[in-house]
Design a protein around this ligand. Structure first.
Ligand code: DX5
Ligand code: ZN
Length: 221
């Protein structure tokens, strides 16, 4: 199954509840929640109180992407507040094995992300220890940027490694710059979780979600 994860970073926050309903009605099954600290990335977004409210208002699978330094201080808390998946960045981890083990002790699934500049070879040794690999296809920090084609090869390498090592359940998420007219590229490379922020929320969120879901279904056949 291929999952669609609309990123609320591009939502209208005065209409957030309504917009989440729209992507749900459009057929999305995940909701991508971008947490930024202004240190690991140049912008600051939102965090725990917003997650708590979002959790109360939806049963969509909450895919929390932590773009923060020292994520080890917060992973348990995000899981307690209702994250179904918590993703940390490999670049921020001093002892990846230790934090991944701790994350597996929470109720949330475990994701590990790499920035465009991080070689995929650094991620491969952890694939059997995580539920989801996240390939950033923009420099993290902002919605609405263009997809970096040089990152497509990383998706292929993760998919190939998963196949060779029989990691059949591994989720491979692509995050950044994905639009209706280029989603085929990460899908062909092996991605099975598609994040889309501006392509969904800038405009009619329900109609845009529907169009994405239709495209993903075509690909699944
Ligand atoms: C970027 C975030 C993305 C962002 C994607 O730092 O991690 O999840 O919201 O937005 P679009 O789809 O507009 O590139
Ligand atoms: Zn994200």
């Amino acid at each position: 199954m291929i999952h669609l994860a609309p990123s609320i970073l591009s939502a209208d926050f005065l209409q957030l509840g309504k917009q989440i309903d729209q992507v749900k009605k459009g057929g999305a099954d995940y909701l991508h929640f971008d947490v930024m600290d202004g240190v690991f990335v140049p912008s600051i977004s939102f965090g725990m109180p917003v997650l708590e409210n979002v959790k109360k208002s939806t049963d969509l699978f909450l895919d929390v992407h932590l773009m923060i330094t020292e994520p080890e201080k917060y992973v348990e808390k995000f899981a307690e507040l209702g994250a179904d998946m918590v993703t940390v960045h490999l670049e921020t981890l001093k002892d990846p094995d230790a934090i991944l083990a701790r994350m597996h002790n929470t109720t949330a699934k475990v994701g590990l992300a790499i920035n465009p500049a991080t070689p995929v070879e650094e991620l491969l040794p952890y694939l059997h220890k995580i539920d989801m690999a996240v390939i950033m296809t923009v420099q993290p920090g902002f919605g609405g940027q263009s997809y970096l084609s040089k990152c497509t090869e990383k998706i292929e390498k993760v998919a190939a490694h998963a196949k060779t090592h029989k990691l059949d359940e591994l989720l491979i998420e692509v995050d950044g710059g994905v639009k209706l007219d280029n989603v085929e590229t990460p899908l062909k490379a092996g991605a099975n979780v598609i994040v889309a922020g501006s392509a969904i929320f800038l405009g009619d969120a329900k109609a845009n979600t529907k169009a994405f879901v239709k495209e993903l279904q075509t690909f699944e056949k």
